[in-house]
Design a protein around this ligand. Structure first.
Ligand SMILES: [Ca+2]
Ligand SMILES: [Ca+2]
Length: 313
């Protein structure tokens, strides 16, 4: 099924270089919990793929979908490739299109310049109910710059992620002749345990992980202070080996989250959520009482925040 590939060395090259990128991405990313961050931020002149265009392109290529789907779009004739690593560590890409867990790359484009599209799409999907629970990784690799006037780098791309009805988009850029920018780690995502096929206990909560705790609070001049900044904190029991996601959002200030045991900070995050919001994904190694500290980088913060604790696996 990869007969269209003209370059027999391709598989080996990509495997080696992808390993290097994994290392680089841990340096590039603002935090290991930074799900949802773009690699590059916004600049003028960049063109990403808007949601409606994703739908049109996927339809045109007869791409399939399920309840977990990762799609890559960009706007020139270069050969970019979508790579997805499954929770079991299996690598789905043009050289290995179908995983044992039934994930499949069904669209791969722009291998050859002559037949390349300037509105390409690539697509990996799992049939409904078959994507295993756990952590997935998404990479984009710039396999070939075709050396034409309409293939100039950087090549800006958008990855659209669908997990159980929720869509997120991630923008980034790759540059073929720059080894540190040729491949990027776009994001990790988690498919929660509760949503594996046939074991969804709550039909009204389909596709959602389990929220254990939610609170609306306020930070202002009357709050307790931590390093000069106001904070509020909540204590509770967390279990070893379970993975929790803690989200803090505020419309009024730049959120900051800390997870503490006593005075020891065991996890923290500044901007891992949308905008300046915070998101920590945390797997305790010991069962016990943990303190979630909702704070801010603004010492004069004044206003509401929302915080929730979700068990994701
Ligand atoms: Ca491709
Ligand atoms: Ca923040």
């Amino acid at each position: 099924m990869n007969s269209a590939r003209p370059h027999s060395h391709r598989k080996t090259c990509v495997r080696i270089t992808l390993g290097l990128v994994c290392l680089a991405s841990t340096v590039l990313l603002p935090s290991p919990f930074a799900i949802g961050q773009t690699q590059t931020g916004k600049q003028t002149g960049k063109t990403y793929v808007v949601p409606e265009d994703f739908d049109l392109r996927l339809k045109k290529q007869k791409a399939k979908s399920g309840d977990v789907q990762v799609s890559l779009g960009w706007n020139n004739k270069n050969d970019l490739d979508l790579h997805v690593i499954t929770p079991a560590g299996e690598h789905i890409f043009y050289g290995h299109r179908q995983s044992k867990c039934n994930g499949m790359l069904d669209v791969d484009m722009n291998v050859v310049y002559g037949s390349a599209s300037s509105r390409p799409i690539e697509n990996v999907f799992w049939p409904t109910g078959q994507a295993p629970a756990g952590r997935y990784k998404i990479y984009v690799n710039h396999y070939r710059n075709h050396g034409a006037l309409d293939t100039r780098d950087p090549t800006y791309f958008t990855v659209r992620l669908l997990v159980h009805g929720k869509i997120k988009q991630f923008n980034g850029a790759v540059v073929w002749n720059n080894p540190s920018l040729r491949k990027v780690h776009v994001t990790d995502f988690i498919v929660p345990k509760d949503n594996v096929a046939g074991v969804n206990p709550d039909p009204n909560n389909q596709g959602l992980p389990k929220t254990l705790f939610e609170v609306k609070g306020t930070l202002d001049a009357n709050s307790k202070k931590l390093g000069g900044a106001p904070y509020a904190s909540y204590k509770g029991n967390l279990n070893a080996g379970e993975t929790y996601q803690i989200n803090m959002t505020s419309k009024f200030y730049d959120a900051y989250l800390l997870i503490r045991v006593g005075t020891e900070v065991v996890a923290s995050d500044n901007d891992g959520g949308d905008g300046t919001n915070s998101r920590v994904v945390f797997t305790p190694t010991k069962t016990g009482i943990y303190e979630i500290v909702a704070t801010t980088t603004n010492k004069n913060a004044n206003g509401a925040f929302e915080l929730n604790l979700i068990r994701v696996r």
